[in-house]
Design a protein around this ligand. Sequence first.
Ligand code: SIN
Length: 556
Amino acid sequence: MSARAAVVLPASMLRRPPQLAPSWELQTEVVVVGAGAAGLSAALAAAAGGRRVLLLTKGALGSGATALAQGGMAAVVDPADCSDRHVHDTLAAGGGLCDPGTVRDLVHAAPAELARLRALGATFDHDPHRPDTLALTREGGHSHRRIVHAGGDATGAEVDRALVAELRRSAVQVLEHVVALDAIRDSEGTVVGLSVACVEQTGRLDPGVVLAQAVVLATGGLGQAWAATTNPAGATGDGQGLALRAGAEIRDIEFVQFHPTVLWRGPGARGRQPLISEAVRGEGAVLVDATGQRVMAGVHRLGDLAPRDVVAAAMHRRMAEARGGVSTHLFLDATGLGAALLQRRFPTVLALCRTAGVDPVREPIPVAPGAHYACGGVTADLSGRTGVRGLFAVGETASTGVHGANRLASNSLPEALLAGRRAGELLAAQLPSGREPVVFPAGPTPPAGSRAATAVATSRWAGVVRSTAGLQRLLDHLGDPAATGPVEATLETVEAAALHTVSTMVCLAALARQESRGCHRRSDAPEPSPHGAWHVTLQLEEDRLQIGSRARDHAA
Ligand code: SIN
């Protein structure tokens, strides 16, 4: 289909972060925001190329989403596998919205990114029967065993450990507990720095300014906008909102992947919930309802290992049937795997379950889908280039064309490593040059409602299955934050504003996408559009928020 006429709304519907008068200033060449695989790779590559690099992270090093990754890293390393199959699986999961050229680029580069990590000292699990061969597991949507893992189900922790160790050996300057608020631009719109704030132990903010020739956003995902998520507390979509306000395009933000097997800890559980890795199904566990009936039987040829959007939607349907009188969750039966395999392959999952009072060796694990991964984000290429000079986006913050409408499991670590490294190398070779920053006026912090209320409303109306009526109710809710008048500038109010922006972006994009595709499911439009695959875009121009659409992008 050709481009559709844009819907234009007032920018005032977005809650901005506080405009604070800075009390300190730093200058550098490259500032990277975020300390996951993407941010660390960008910072290391830029510094290795001789750049002065400052890395900011909202928490402490190692507290982000990368360290939580269980399943692993998809890469074609088995001679019996081939790149074409990995490309095919990625495109099939992506629901027609992946950019095939970008997918091919990632798939061919993934083994080298794995080798880079190993050269830094990361150790991955080996096949117990062939000690010189990497152990490989399967996850949803993969036609072959190609997921490399570490520590059984602690892959992200090992990746993070190796990258942070390298960071400590590098010249990168690191500031922990610093939140990025907004981009600073020159008179031509080039990004020339950031307004930021140190977060004090009380949550109060000490505002500052970082001037730089390039800003790399690697802030990760936005799962905290939903009531139950696998994402850490800081995953509040800071980078996506900041990029929108800086003039960048946000693409396909409605595609939020719900991981099918998040430990269900009761109806009142809020925030980050324990993940039960898909690799548990990869090793043979199955989803059942409260009557013991299989959930995925007859739904998809890959059964319990169907792509995540298919599994989450099937779970949603089965939960609505309330078989056995249970409508809030289902069960993952891993009892057939046996105690020895569970202990060797899934020590993290076992410990998480046992802490919650569930023993997967002897009983099925209660599970429900939870917000897991942002497939869309800031439109960028695999070197992090956005449409805004001086602004780069990598990792989960970006939409590069790799994930389309639904990410294939374990493709995100290789993408984060590759895009981060390439962005850093690009900036090592050449820096954009901006002019004098335009000084922004300090102003009051607007109210954005409570973080918990936004998350409950977003889960209710923009969860696994959506409808125009529900999304409209979410929009009404977001337009009416409970608090009135300016509020105190704290990390809490900054994150509430970021989450309000995330929910607004997702809601507007989900309203615009009147079809079901990938992980965006509409009860009132259950089929994909007959007009083919198209992107939904959001862009801020002066005081207008444009919601547009265009045919699927192709890399040159
Ligand atoms: C998992 O271990 O199931 C998560 C892996 C991923 O999201 O790629």
